[in-house]
Design a protein around this ligand. Structure first.
Ligand code: NOJ
Length: 530
């Protein structure tokens, strides 16, 4: 029987590449597409089914690619369109799918559309962005706050008006009420799909459409998520607007018109599972919507179980959750969840790769790279620079992939300074590759087991009672995952089966006839007797 054309993302594990930090082929200290292509063997060997690359499109790099000046080109620092085509072809030949990043909420203020739009009130592209005069009293058009720092309105001298800018001043929000903007992005989707791209991760998917009347947001209350409290307001009128769903319904028709159907994944930092579920529509919008609730949850049994349970309850049968332990915007999980403890990080890895839904690894997770302290003179993230010395920058999770302990770390040529500093080079792919006890081998084996056991990639989830502080869950009929998140050894009773993989690899294959003993921060996957 032919495999379901969606199995690659429904059953498989996916991987995120931050292209500037993956592999540098030309010795300029910046990762590029040729370097990425040369390392596709690693992804194939690891067993992931595909990868999402953060933006490869041309950008003045105020926000490192998330400020786009050309949606159908390739940034010269990363390569050429021909390099992208070679990358797609090489990946496809290895059975790997390529997911690109689409940034539809905003463009660079250097994008030709914006230059045209700002040039005159009569410009045919004036309405492609959100232009407003100050209020009669001279105050800003409304009270919206940028998702980064300060008000979301910036005055443009040439245009003589304010433009809406929900991120950096160098990023201007597009006006998604304009049908020409919509048509243009449909063209962009088709351009890349026609080149063989398997799907898109959609940046800031929850914010494209804003309130047409630009109403003020209400003040945040203590019940609102931390981020809204930080900005002092609830994002009622500039995020999660009902009209955004029309766009995804339309994109889904386009994605499904391809053979095989293309994948749409939302970057959806929303804090209620029911709002997250709304991005799946009636099963006719996004295929997957990233779960940021888990990312923000401590590695605690009750807290995490609740996120999984409430998320699954919000997603009707047949829809798929998607989990990541990190990405280029948040602290790496071995640091955030495990406090840099390698033992606890291994437990987090086992957890991530046994959750119900699609797991995403972020490049470096497989060797358990931790956050890297970046000295002030090497900071590259504009947020890190502006807020220094507050630790809000995103450079610590963006440092280059560590392929080896050689000078250049196998990332760039020896003697070349990488665009961000390396972390602890003792943590690297070469050192772990042939070590049966390494994190890399654990990752590969977990992915292999997940692929091999239907219960693990497709079975249901239910919490199993266990000792206080443990997180034990069933996957499907025959699999139990047990994680001892306490500081003391303990025992889970009533377990009859085979220990398939423990984070202590010397235990793999143990036959369990009643008791499963786990050390602190140990985690194990059990194949129960029938
Ligand atoms: C989310 C991206 O992941 C982040 O890196 C970027 O700064 C913002 N969106 C704005 O595009």
């Amino acid at each position: 029987m032919a495999e379901d054309p969606r199995a690659w993302w429904r059953h498989g594990v996916l991987y995120q590449v931050y292209p500037r930090s993956f592999a540098d082929s030309n010795g300029d200290g910046v990762g590029d597409l040729v370097g990425l292509t040369r390392h596709l063997d690693h992804l194939q060997w690891l067993g992931v089914r595909g990868f999402w690359s953060s933006p490869i499109t041309p950008s003045p790099n105020f926000d490192w690619g998330y400020d786009v000046v050309d949606y159908t080109g390739v940034d010269p620092a990363l390569g050429t369109l021909a390099d992208a085509e070679t990358m797609i072809a090489s990946a496809t030949a290895r059975g790997l799918k390529v997911i690109l990043d689409l940034v539809p909420n905003h463009t660079s203020t250097q994008h030709p559309w914006f230059l045209e739009s700002r040039s005159s009130r009569d410009s045919p592209k004036r309405d492609w962005y959100v232009w407003q005069d100050a209020k009669p009293d001279g105050s800003l058009p409304n009270n919206w706050q940028s998702s980064f720092i300060g008000p979301a309105w910036r005055f443009d001298e040439i245009a003589g008006q304010y433009y809406l800018s929900n991120f950096l001043p160098e990023q201007a929000d597009l006006n998604w009420w304009n049908p020409e903007v919509r048509a243009e992005f449909e063209r962009i989707l088709r351009f890349w799909f026609d080149l063989g791209v398997a799907g898109f991760r959609i940046d800031v998917a929850h914010m494209l459409v804003k309130d047409r009347e630009l109403r003020d947001n209400p003040p945040a209350t203590d019940d609102d998520p931390f981020i809204e409290q930080l900005h002092g307001q609830r994002q009622q009128y500039n995020a999660n607007r009902p009209e955004v769903h029309e766009i995804y319904r339309r994109w889904r028709v386009i994605a499904d018109s391809y053979d095989p159907p293309r994948l749409l994944i939302g970057e959806t930092p929303v804090w209620k599972p029911t709002i997250l579920a709304s991005y799946y529509g009636e099963g006719d919008e996004l295929d997957l919507a990233f779960n940021f609730i888990l990312l923000e949850t401590p590695f605690d049994a009750d807290a995490m179980h609740e996120v999984i349970e409430t998320t699954l309850a919000a997603l009707p049968q047949g829809w798929q959750a998607v989990w990541a332990g990190g990405n280029h915007d948040v602290s790496r999980f071995p640091t955030r969840w495990a406090g840099n403890s390698p033992t606890r990080a291994r437990a987090a890895l086992l957890m991530l790769l046994t959750l119900p839904g699609t797991p995403f690894l972020y490049a470096g997770d497989e060797i358990l790279m931790t956050d890297t302290a970046v000295p002030p003179d090497r900071l590259r993230d504009p947020i890190g620079v502006q807020l220094y010395p507050m630790p809000f920058g995103r450079d610590p999770e963006r440092t280059p992939m560590q392929w080896s302990a050689e000078p250049g770390a196998g990332f760039t040529d020896p003697g070349v300074e990488p665009w961000l500093p390396f972390g602890d080079l003792a943590v690297n792919v070469a050192a772990q590759r042939d070590d049966p006890g390494s994190a890399l081998t654990l990752t590969r084996d977990l992915i292999g087991l997940r692929e091999a056991i239907v219960d693990l990639h497709a079975g249901g989830y239910g919490r199993v009672d266990g000792p206080a502080g443990w997180w034990c869950y069933r996957r499907g009929e025959r699999v139990v995952v047990a994680i001892n998140l306490t500081g003391t050894a303990g025992v889970l009773g009533g377990v009859h089966g085979l220990l398939r993989i423990s984070t202590d690899r010397s235990r793999d294959g143990e036959v369990l006839d009643g008791d499963l003993a786990l050390e602190p921060d140990e985690a194990a996957i059990i194949w129960l007797d029938a």
